[in-house]
Design a protein around this ligand. Structure first.
Ligand code: NAP
Length: 288
């Protein structure tokens, strides 16, 4: 069997077009633009590239950029004060504090100070709680991106066996919650899972977010399963996923590539979240 390749690049481009159209309509109606504030502390080159990419993508869909940079030796209080100012600023719809922050700061604590209605990364305790309770709120970008990929690929989740490898707060846990919300039967695996290949072989939908190059082999996959590869591993052979692509493509019915699968969806969903935050604020709805 040769799996169908789920083209994340094309789907992300469509999401961005949708956001651009929605932003234009919102701006025409309200006279306001959604705004995305980014906070970058320190001079980590990779983080600077990520932030620049997010701001550029925002500008392309009509989202205003508020770019805040602090030196690596800034005090944690300075970042906290900036977040408080941005929380109170009506021009700012969404706030993103690029992680990791320097070692003398607590990134989880700082992220938690972002107002839930502006938490476009969906990583605050309030956003995590709203997701767990199935209430309206902003969801983490990468798991939302995976849900959009599954929808676009026409994957039926209701009653399906979904297996997520990885239980991080950033991806694995919110992914499992979103799948549960879509009525899948969900198993979350991690480094202590016994006989991981056997658990994976149960999956109709298998999602790998581990950070180990090509760990998921062809014989871990049930024939006809849909496989989503979230992994991004920089190896000597270049960027690889957590899935052994060639082997799994022989067994799965559909599969995301790396690069060009989940990766492009993350920024597209950040833009979508920023628009959602702006509309929630304009309608006076508070995430709670
Ligand atoms: P993480 O915080 O390091 O979590 C990795 C998870 O994998 C943990 O739950 C860990 O289990 C589990 N794990 C590690 N070794 C394992 C093994 N041998 N068998 C089974 N489970 C194992 O990573 P993350 O932030 O979730 O990211 C995971 C991957 O996704 C990375 O490659 C990252 O670059 C990628 N990613 C991509 C995007 C994107 O935009 N495309 C976004 C987010 C993440 P324990 O909990 O037991 O340690």
């Amino acid at each position: 069997m040769a799996a169908r390749i789920i083209d994340g690049k094309a789907i992300a481009a469509r999401v961005r077009e949708d956001v651009a159209r929605d932003v234009a309509a919102f701006s025409a109606q309200t006279g306001r633009r959604p705004g995305l504030a980014t906070i970058l502390v320190g001079d980590d080159p990779a983080s600077a590239v990520y932030v620049a990419g997010k701001q550029k993508a925002g500008a392309e869909v009509g989202i205003a950029a508020f770019d805040h940079r602090l030196p690596a030796d800034a005090a944690e209080d300075e970042v906290a004060e900036l977040i408080a100012r941005l929380n109170a600023d009506d021009d700012v719809s969404g706030i993103l504090c690029q992680l990791p922050v320097p070692a003398h700061m607590d990134g989880v604590k700082l992220t938690g100070m972002i107002a839930p209605g502006k938490d476009v990364d969906g990583l605050t305790p309030v956003s995590a709680g709203l997701l767990a309770l199935g209430r309206e709120g902003l969801r983490p970008c990468t798991p939302v991106g995976v849900m959009l990929l599954l929808t676009e690929a026409g994957v039926e989740l209701e009653g399906a066996e979904a297996v997520v490898i990885g239980r991080s707060n950033l991806f694995g846990k919110p992914m499992a919650q979103l799948l549960l919300g879509a009525n899948a039967t969900v198993t979350t695996c991690h480094s202590r899972t016994r006989d991981l290949p056997a658990v994976c072989r149960r999956a109709d939908v298998l999602i790998a977010a581990v950070g180990r190059s090509e760990m998921v082999r062809g014989d871990w996959v049930k024939p006809g399963a849909v496989v989503i590869d979230v992994g991004m591993n920089r190896t000597e052979a270049g960027l690889t996923g957590d899935v052994a692509f060639a082997e799994v493509a022989e067994v799965a019915s559909a599969l995301t590539p790396v690069p060009g699968g989940v990766g492009p969806m993350t920024i597209a969903c950040l833009l979508r979240n920023t628009f959602q935050a702006a509309t929630m604020a304009a309608a006076g709805r508070v995430a709670a």
